[in-house]
Design a protein around this ligand. Structure first.
Ligand SMILES: [Mn+2]
Length: 300
């Protein structure tokens, strides 16, 4: 008789990989970052990690893995959920040190890191930790917004401008996909905007990303508002006119084999969901694909 892990009962680690106290012996660590004080629009992404973990139980319920991948990433790598980074609620100045310390702790062991936000600002301390380990990263950025506003303030619309200024991402190796808001400066990053995506097969977009990144150490950041609000309504700054979830997955699957060292999935704000938790389903599915990409990169 098959034992069945009900997706509606029991412990809620990401894809039911189980919790661990630290990264020792772990190949790929998952952390939650419940932070939303960098939000310029609707708040609530602090509840994202909890919602994405909950729906990941359904995404990851099959012991054979996640469709259409031909294996279970959990069979090939030790994947553990290290829980949430905490200690910054109501104190935004504590966010960066807390996240950088946790990310460094993971990366120092040689493990890969998948982070669940939280608003998109959390990518800045994550990128700092990755760049310290691997040098300036190729950023593969899925989003409706560029998040490169030229502004010395730190929020979820400026952090990639700061990442460029700090030299922790390499614009010449970086690409932004799905943008559909005014963006006066590219900063030298390749932009494949939402209209381009809607006219272009996912495999061709994936090839353009691969050509841009090459074998450079890469970081994949996925703002759920990359998706059209029809597929991801529960987010801080939704923008109509985006691709659907299947398209996003096809692009991500086309990135298999890139030298991806870290990834995050951000901006699910579950209290804006209509019926069906569809944003959290999408977030959990995208994060599962990112987990596969991290696993395959470890096999290069
Ligand atoms: Mn965005």
């Amino acid at each position: 008789m098959t034992s069945w892990n009900d997706a509606y009962s029991g412990e809620q680690s990401f894809m039911r990989v189980g919790y661990a106290d630290g990264p020792q012996g772990v190949d790929i660590a998952v952390i939650g970052i419940p932070y939303d004080l960098g939000t310029t629009g609707r708040p609530g992404a602090r509840f994202g990690p909890r919602a994405v973990r909950e729906l990941s139980l359904a995404v990851g319920e099959f012991e054979w893995g996640v469709f259409p991948w031909d294996h279970d990433v959990r069979d090939r790598h030790v994947v553990k959920d290290l829980g949430d980074v905490t200690g910054f609620t109501a104190y935004p100045d504590r966010l960066c040190p807390a996240v950088e310390a946790k990310a460094k702790q993971v990366l120092d062991t040689g493990a890969s890191l998948l982070s669940i936000g939280g608003d998109h600002f959390v990518s800045l301390p994550l990128l700092r930790a990755h760049a310290e380990k691997y040098g300036p990263m190729a950023l593969i950025h899925f989003d409706a917004h560029s998040d490169t506003w030229v502004d010395e303030d730190l929020n979820h619309g400026t952090m990639f401008y700061h990442a460029i200024k700090e030299g922790i991402i390499d614009p010449a190796r970086s690409v932004q996909v799905g943008l559909r808001t005014p963006n006066p400066e590219t900063h030298g990053i390749l932009i494949l905007d939402a209209d381009h995506c809607l006219r272009t097969p996912a495999a061709d977009v994936a090839k353009a990303i691969r050509d841009r990144v090459g074998d450079h150490p890469a970081y994949v950041t996925f703002d759920i508002d990359f998706l059209d609000p029809a597929y991801a309504p529960a987010t801080g700054t939704p923008v109509s006119g985006g691709p659907n979830t299947a398209y996003a997955r096809h692009v991500l699957q086309g990135l298999a084999g890139l030298n991806i060292k870290g990834a995050d999935q951000v901006e699910v704000a579950p209290h804006y969901e209509g019926p069906g938790q569809i944003t959290a389903v999408a977030g959990a599915t995208i994060a599962a694909d990112q987990l596969y990409l991290l696993g395959l990169a470890r096999e290069l």
